[in-house]
Write a protein that binds this ligand. Structure first.
Ligand code: PHE
Length: 308
């Protein structure tokens, strides 16, 4: 390894073997639809922690506060297809939930991740649930579901309640502008920001990772085709996703986290907690959806304790 550029080494054939030798490494994995970028940091004996970002299309950036867990185990980030450093084909048909599951399978296989702790935030939690119920999650030892939902209709109902509770009739105004096809106006964008400041990330000023996440989402075909134009207008392929009845098939120890003001409302998390036997739910005060950016140290500590 000495003297060899790691980045070059980790791309292409032999990546898995090389990755298992190096504590820190990065590269690309071929998955259905294109190549996705990954990075592994840290070593240690704990089961590797594999992180699934949300959006879809948000990229790994906002999960970086969880890097501190790399002192006890490898931590693996990857940008899902359609964002960040990964390929981003534009065609709508590429972006399906099934393909995302196949991508996760391909990433695990290429990196030799036989046993893992699996973390998913938001869409990443949806993907983790979908993966667990459709594949059984071989080798998954612990599961963390953050800002999580098992049903898009349930989450959309919650978001509608949050819209209704915005000050000065902002929710009604958002709906009126939407109905008039005025989603691109400055007024609409300001109202979206009002919702995000309350329910997506409450930290002021927003950290750099949050800005990067917004930039990722704005240009991601995955966000456009799978989610929709913004967080509360879900028009993409995930809009009818429903796994509430399948949750009981998840049998691994599960930790569910949410923020007091999370855009994914508390009932969504409570449903998961009721259905996954023995799971725990923690609500972080003064936080919303991106708790790992709002209270990074406290959040990482809670995840650390659970996966330890
Ligand atoms: N867009 C959310 C995310 O950041 C996922 C989501 C979809 C949340 C549908 C609620 C309803 O991943």
């Amino acid at each position: 390894m000495r003297g060899v550029d790691r980045r070059t080494m980790m791309t292409g054939v032999g990546a898995a073997a090389a990755a298992s030798l190096a504590a820190g490494a990065e590269g690309f994995v071929q998955v259905p639809g294109g190549r996705v970028w990954w990075r592994r940091t840290g070593s240690g004996r704990g089961a590797p922690l594999l992180l699934l970002h949300g959006g879809p299309g948000a990229g790994h950036d906002y999960l970086l506060p969880l890097k501190v867990l790399a002192d006890e185990r490898p931590v693996i980030f990857y940008d899902q297809l359609g964002c960040g450093r990964s390929d981003a084909p534009q065609e709508a048909g590429v972006y399906t939930i099934e393909r995302a599951v196949q991508e996760l399978i391909a990433v695990r296989k290429a990196l030799g991740l036989e046993r893992i702790c699996l973390f998913g935030n938001s869409w990443g939690a949806m993907l983790a649930i979908e993966y667990m119920v459709t594949t059984g999650g071989p080798g998954v030892q612990k599961l963390v579901l953050s800002g999580a939902l098992a049903s898009t209709p349930q989450a959309v109902a919650g978001m509608n309640r949050l819209l209704d509770a915005l000050p000065d009739g902002a929710g009604a105004r958002i709906r009126a502008l939407d109905a008039a096809g005025k989603g691109a106006t400055a007024e609409y964008q300001e109202l979206v920001q009002l919702f995000y400041d309350r329910h997506l990330c409450r930290r002021k000023p927003p950290p750099a990772e949050y800005i990067r996440t917004g930039e990722n989402l704005a240009k991601s075909p995955a966000y456009k085709w799978m989610n929709g134009p913004n967080e509360f207008t879900i028009t993409g392929v995930i809009k009818d996703w429903e796994r509430r009845r399948d949750l009981r098939r998840i049998k691994v120890p599960t930790f569910i986290t949410t923020g007091q003001y999370d855009e994914v409302t508390l009932d969504c998390h409570q449903t998961i907690q009721e259905e996954i036997r023995g799971s725990d739910l923690t609500i972080f005060g003064d936080c919303s959806h991106l708790t790992m950016l709002e209270k990074p140290a406290e959040y990482a500590r809670a995840v650390r304790e659970f996966i330890r």
